[in-house]
Design a binder for this molecule. Structure first.
Ligand code: BES
Ligand code: ZN
Length: 767
């Protein structure tokens, strides 16, 4: 510590005295470290993982709801790259060395946090969690990087003496930490306790843990977590007496909130029952993740929630009053895990649990190993939205076991996952059900392509080229739906049995490793050629018997003919046509044909809204018997199109008719509500606005927020029976609602909305 402070002071003084002309050299003899040289961002990270690899983190975390901070002491196990690569030390010059001390420099990602000290390994007393007397401080400092600091933070530069393979970092997050959301009791279901959750994907792990924040680096971890109360800083052991109420308002509540009220989960196996430790009225939650995982799967949640088992290795965590509903909704979870295991190989992570978060969770789900985090908006009361669980579960293979090496390869995570998800759904609920989900997915994809092909056609390639753009910009229907349909095309080409062998081979070959689009293509080529060979042999054999039985009706093309078709998906815009080999796969839903007939009936019952004539379409002609959530969604999505085939909007009268019959404004199903609110805004149907407003204040799931706010920005109002643009008015309303709702949104959602509404991005968290 001392040493470092001295060093930094001298350095700063040097710069000040020498003036700007030679600033680059002010501390140049000791540079380029400690803020003098600019580190290069590669794949959204400053980590020099070619020189060092984190292999394990042993963490002590103190979660403080009053300060809204996590204070951490982490011992990192490092592997020097020469060991990994079987090189002799010094045989390849490391790139980052302090020429004065000769020490290697480790670069980690960090943002929104204060580093309180860095020490040589072994400095932490593992029993008490406190720093040993005489612990050796290491030199460190926040460097300068060539990327946007608000987004990527700064490289944390640490001098690691050559003999060291372990270091300890002591740090504290700031309340603005982008990954973390600190919720007040009012923002939870039970309304009794505060709640904390993290969302690390894609590059927010660095806002609560200093680490190598790129998906190509994997490590194991162990953790001890405690909840501490009171506003003052605590040591690693969390030693304190006379703990106040955990949210600092003990005199205002009857029953003070105590550390023992809280449960903790992490993306790791929880050891035993939470046990008490030496500190009175406190308890330690212990975790172990023995399988190596990438940084974006680091996760923590702390709140007052219970647990219910759902089968031999499945269970659900939810706030106490929500737990029975959640357990009912997720009744099929064990079946899903078993079905997925049968198709794609053994489940690798021990238990599969789902934690239901408060509604501000910015995503539908997040596949944190051992415990998926999920939005409560999937609890519809009829089990109709559980495909989201199948999706997050599917990531146990595609993503968590086999990980995209860079965010440019994101489709390898999400496209594979949507494909596997739909196979799980098909196995459990049948083909008709899975087909509805596929058609809904195609509808979303078409909508995305509608604007993307005009505005950013290159973003519609499966393989992305993000450069320094926020990796979250790759989170579009391209990775998910175009990716899924590409794999579905391959399935239809090779036949399901053969394609399953390919997939299983993929999951086995890259287990606990990473994959790139190029590796995938090389494997596909090998597989394709093998299939061509096999089908040639098979057809010789079968034709000798007088019949030809192939994988599919048409013979497989040679790879050289097929490859361009594959590359059109991977590196080309939009979607291929349906006819050709390698084209868009066959896709239809019998259930939805029925919905389409009903929509046609409705639209034909009236006249399109145009000057002079407006006989409203009549909601009573629609036969909705047997409709499920998916039928309703399909119906609402068809209503964008008028009977004349043109996209149009329903009149306010027609909306009122639909609402009177089907009570959409009051629906408790968030998926249906979202579509209805968008339609309501497009139609200037004001009776839905209050419910829409309440929804935006309560729910923080970005997938719902974006289309509603976007619709407000494109607002039209009815004047003299005609729809006229009222964009300024819409923007004003959107901005007003947003500013009211923002304190309740997670930084990820707030950031996207600030961009949409052209508001300044503020603060270290990007909020
Ligand atoms: N891993 C994603 C969520 C994610 C992706 C977060 C990229 C941050 C950056 C998760 O598996 C996911 O896809 N969630 C979807 C679920 C849906 C496709 C069923 C969501 O949140 O909507
Ligand atoms: Zn996903």
């Amino acid at each position: 510590m001392e040493k470092l402070h001295g060093f930094r002071r001298v350095c700063l003084l040097g710069v000040m005295l020498l003036g700007t002309a030679i600033q680059g050299w002010g501390c140049g003899v000791r540079s380029p470290y400690f803020g003098e040289g600019s580190q290069l961002l590669t794949n959204h990270s400053y980590a020099n993982d070619g020189e060092f690899l984190i292999t394990h983190m042993d963490m002590r975390l103190a979660v403080n709801f009053v300060d809204k901070t996590i204070e951490g002491w982490i011992e990192y196990s490092l592997m020097h790259a020469y060991l990994r690569d079987n090189r002799k030390p010094g045989s390849v010059p490391p790139y980052h060395v302090n020429p004065i001390t000769g020490n290697h420099v480790l670069l980690l990602d960090h943002r929104d946090m204060d580093i309180l000290g860095v020490y040589a390994g072994g400095s932490l007393d593992k029993k008490t969690g406190v720093l040993k007397k005489g612990a050796k401080g290491l030199l460190y400092g926040a460097g300068v990087g060539d990327g946007d600091t608000l987004l990527y933070g700064k490289p944390l530069e640490i001098e690691v003496p050559r003999s060291q393979s372990k270091i300890v970092i002591h740090y504290k997050t700031r309340p603005s930490a982008g990954a973390l959301q600190w919720l007040s009791p009012a923002q939870t279901y039970d309304q009794t306790h505060p709640f904390l959750f993290s969302q690390s994907q894609s590059i927010l792990a660095r806002t609560w843990i200093p680490l190598q924040d790129k998906p190509s680096v994997r490590f194991t971890y162990s953790a001890q977590v405690r909840v501490v109360c009171g506003a003052t800083s605590v040591g690693a052991a969390g030693v304190r007496t006379g703990a106040a109420d955990c949210i600092g308002v003990s005199d205002l509540v009857d029953a003070p909130i105590k550390p023992t009220d809280f449960n903790v989960v992490m993306s790791a196996v929880k050891l035993g029952n939470p046990e008490g430790d030496i500190v009175t009225d406190n308890k330690v939650h212990r975790f172990e993740q023995k399988k190596p995982i990438p940084s974006y799967l680091m996760a923590i949640a702390v709140g007052s929630f219970g647990y219910q088992s759902l089968g031999k290795n499945t269970g659900v965590y939810a706030e106490h009053k929500l737990l029975p509903k959640a357990a009912w909704e997720f009744a099929d979870l064990q079946k899903m895990v078993d079905a997925a295991g049968e198709m794609f190989g053994e489940y690798a992570w021990g238990d599969y649990n789902v934690l239901v978060l408060p509604p501000s969770f910015p995503f539908g789900g997040m596949e944190n190993p051992v415990v998926t985090f999920a939005t409560p908006t999937i609890i519809a009361g009829d089990r109709s939205l559980v495909s989201l669980l199948a999706h997050e579960l599917a990531h146990s293979w595609s993503g968590n076991l086999v990980t995209n090496r860079t965010w440019d390869d994101f489709w390898l995570n999400e496209g594979f996952t949507v494909y596997v998800e739909s196979r799980i759904m098909e196995k459990l609920y049948g083909q008709n059900y899975a087909d509805m989900l596929r058609v809904l997915g195609k509808g979303e994809l078409d909508k995305t392509l509608g604007w993307m092909l005009k505005e950013a056609p290159e973003d519609s390639h499966l393989r992305l080229n993000l450069g320094k753009r926020d990796p979250d910009e790759g989170l579009t229907d391209i990775a998910y739906e175009k990716g899924r349909f590409f794999l579905m095309m391959l399935e239809q080409l090779y036949g399901r049995t053969a394609f399953d062998q390919f997939l299983n081979g993929h999951f086995t070959k890259y287990a606990f490793g990473t994959v790139t689009t190029d590796l995938f293509l090389a494997d596909l080529k090998a597989f394709h050629e093998q299939q061509v060979g096999a089908s040639a042999m098979e057809s010789t054999a079968t034709s000798a018997q007088g019949s030809v039985v192939g994988h599919t009706s048409s013979p497989l093309p040679a790879w050289r003919d097929f490859e361009p078709r594959v590359l059109a998906w991977i590196d080309g815009p939009g979607l291929p046509g349906v006819q050709a080999v390698g084209g868009f796969p066959k896709l239809e839903s019998q259930e939805f044909s029925r919905v389409e007939q009903q929509v046609a009936k409705f639209l034909l019952s009236g006249e399109p809204l145009h000057p002079g004539s407006s006989v409203p379409c009549n909601a009573s002609v629609i036969d909705t018997s047997g409709f499920t959530t998916h039928h309703w969604l399909h119906m609402l999505r068809q209503l964008h199109t008028r009977s004349d085939g043109l996209p149009g909007r329903l009149s306010r009268e027609e909306m009122a008719g639909l609402d009177a019959r089907f009570h959409f404004t009051q629906t408790q199903n968030a998926e249906i509500a979202c579509d209805w609110f968008v339609l309501s805004i497009q139609s200037d149907y004001r009776p839905a606005y209050q419910a829409m407003h309440d929804f935006l204040l309560r729910v923080g799931r970005r997938k719902f927020l974006m289309p509603i706010y976007e619709a407000l920005l494109a607002q039209h109002v009815v004047i003299d029976g005609k729809y006229v643009p009222a964009f300024a008015q819409g923007k004003e309303m959107a901005t007003e609602i947003f500013l009211q709702a923002e304190p309740g949104y997670h930084s990820v959602a707030a950031r996207s909305l600030r961009e949409l509404l052209a508001l300044a991005l503020t603060g270290g968290s990007g909020r």
